[in-house]
Design a protein around this ligand. Structure first.
Ligand code: HAS
Length: 542
């Protein structure tokens, strides 16, 4: 990667890792409070801390890491960014950063303790929403860089499929732009005027619906960069090939199509939405599972083909041939493993009747700590261990590689404790988003306490892993020996077939996206607005 593009990428990674530190601290305190053994000092509120933890890790850290990774991945595979593209990238970075600081200050002042989902009826200071708007606009500007680089590559190479990593970054960017229209609408047209006192009331159901229109694709916005590494980077690291370039592209297109019209599976227990439309969105949710199953198949195929090419025999002999001592492989691999129960939990959540058992319990928190905080984040760590030295002109030494492996394993152990205990306590009915309480000595609540202690044990192990990853990050950014670290980009296995150009027909795919969204959301939205409550003076409240 060109050093000028590397600098832009690194700027994003600095913010992401600072976010990891702050959010990780908040997470540790969170688990300690819930264990009942610790009280927050200096008047810090539980929900203030929970908001800080969620916003900084789920929104800030991820978005910066993803934007930085996609920008350098495009620079590496579609060619160095032009000056105009790079400058646009910097504008996006600064817009996001100003917005992030504004939102963070409001949270620290306890003016925005509205959780990372921030929908009504919780209300924050107007500056929190202005900050969020800047983050979204900044991410669009950075997304424009990916689009510009893609268009320029296609012009230079007519009739050719774009490089796989560039293609994948583009799909994730397009999905992000379509999805963020929902959250931008609720922030601009509902939350901001409401918090400024310009309107007295806003429709809570509409606000939640617009949020979840964005909230579910948000989780795939986190997931797809991990999939980029699993499909393209990991095969090269192990010395193998990508099972199928076209299959990888198709799975990304399926994510683009099906990840947005499914927000109702977060609202299955909410009133105001006809069950028929919830059912439709549950069906679409099951469609979006397919590309993940394709990914699992393709990864197994890559690993097995590689192992057998090295002479492995028997059903699982190929496992022995994988490079277990290489942090760049092992850490994302642990992420993949964790995604098997993580994904299974998602399928449980999406199944209407079972959702009634787990909704709003700490099971859901367990689910997303397995998916985003284990599968995705471990993969991001795995990426950092070669990408940071690649960008800073340094190398990952053997000693650092060992430390990185220890870090990944500690993270996995911490998350197993924490997320396992959350799943179990959730099935016993423990609510999510609540501080420690004995609920007046209720027998049911007493059953949750051992699991809450297990969460605190997990949280403490995780915090040690965070200190380790920060140490390694600082080492790789500033102190590791100078040298060249590879940016591994895999090639497709033989026979290499040219990916069908229909996969790059964006008018077609975006057209289907719009149709699916219109189908899944138009009538429920009209219903929501028509069925809005009547005010005391006899007129519609919104
Ligand atoms: Fe989820 C709630 C359904 C995936 C994140 N989810 C959440 C929330 C978050 C989140 C943050 O239907 C909470 C939001 C909040 O604050 O309220 N989720 C799903 C479904 C999937 C899913 C169906 N979620 C994710 C991913 C996330 C994420 C990914 C983050 C990155 N989720 C739900 C539902 C709710 C929900 C409901 C609402 C619950 C409620 O009531 O509030 C699917 O996409 C999952 C499909 C995945 C698979 C697994 C494929 C496995 C692979 C690994 C292969 C491994 C290999 C290595 C090859 C089917 C690809 C193995 C090698 C060996 C040797 C063994």
């Amino acid at each position: 990667v060109d050093p000028r593009d590397a600098k832009l990428g690194m700027a994003h990674f600095y913010v992401a890792f600072i976010g990891l530190f702050i959010g990780g601290m908040a997470g540790l305190l969170q688990t300690l409070v819930r264990s009942g053994q610790f009280t927050l000092p200096a008047g810090i509120g539980y929900y203030q801390l929970l908001t800080l933890h969620g916003v900084v890790l789920a929104l800030v850290m991820t978005t910066y890491f993803i934007m930085g990774f996609q920008l350098v991945a495009v620079s590496r595979t579609a060619g160095t960014l032009t000056n105009k593209q790079r400058n646009t990238g910097w504008v996006g970075f600064w817009l996001m950063t100003i917005g992030t600081v504004m939102a963070a200050v409001m949270i620290l002042l306890n003016e925005a303790s509205v959780l990372y989902t921030f929908y009504a009826p919780l209300q924050a200071h107007a500056l929190f929403y202005v900050g969020l708007t800047l983050v979204i606009v900044g991410s669009w500007v950075s997304g424009a860089v990916i689009i510009m680089a893609y268009v320029a590559w296609r012009r230079r190479n007519p009739g050719q499929p774009s490089p796989l990593l560039t293609f994948m970054s583009l799909v994730n960017t397009l999905m992000w732009i379509v999805a963020t229209i929902g959250v931008a609408s609720t922030v601009l047209f509902q939350m901001l005027p409401w918090s400024l006192g310009l309107v007295e009331r806003i429709d809570v159901a509409v606000s939640r619906t617009l949020f979840w229109y964005f909230g579910h694709p948000l989780v795939y916005f986190w997931l797809l960069p991990a999939y980029m590494a699993w499909y393209v980077i990991v095969p090269k690291i192990i010395g193998g090939k990508i099972f199928s370039d076209s299959l990888a592209r198709l799975s990304f297109i399926l994510f683009l199509l099906f990840s947005i019209p499914v927000g109702f599976h977060h609202q299955l227990m909410e009133p105001g939405i006809d069950p028929a439309w919830k059912f439709l969105q549950v069906v679409l949710t099951f469609m979006v599972i397919i590309p993940s199953l394709m990914t699992a198949f393709s990864l197994f195929a890559t690993f097995e083909t590689f192992g057998r090419s090295k002479g492995a025999t028997g059903l699982f002999g190929w496992l022995k041939k994988l490079p277990w001592g290489d942090a760049r492989f092992l850490i994302p691999f642990i992420g993949m493993l964790s995604f098997i129960p993580g994904g299974a939990g998602g399928i449980i959540n999406a199944s209407n009747q079972m959702n009634q058992v787990v909704h709003n319990t700490i099971w859901v928190t367990g689910h997303f700590h397995l998916t985003v905080a284990t599968a995705v984040i471990l993969t991001f760590f795995g990426i950092s261990y070669w990408l940071i030295p690649h960008l800073t002109g340094r190398t990952l030494t053997k000693a650092m590689n060992k430390l990185a492996i220890l870090q990944g394993i500690l993270w996995a152990i911490g998350m197993t404790f924490m997320s396992g205990a959350m799943h179990a306590a959730g099935l016993l009915g423990a609510p999510r988003r609540s501080a420690y309480s004995e609920y007046g000595g209720a027998a049911q609540a007493a059953e949750w306490i051992p699991y809450q202690i297990a969460q605190a044990v997990g949280g403490s192990i995780l915090f040690i892993a965070i200190i380790l990853v920060l140490y390694i990050f600082i080492n790789l950014a500033f102190f590791a020996p100078k040298g060249e670290e590879e940016f591994p980009v895999g090639e497709a296995a033989d026979p290499v077939e040219k990916a069908p150009m229909i996969l790059e027909n964006w008018k077609l795919w975006l057209g289907i996206v719009v149709l699916l969204i219109a189908f899944a959301y138009t009538i429920p939205f009209i219903d929501l607005i028509e069925n809005a409550p009547i005010g005391s003076k006899g007129y519609k409240l919104w």
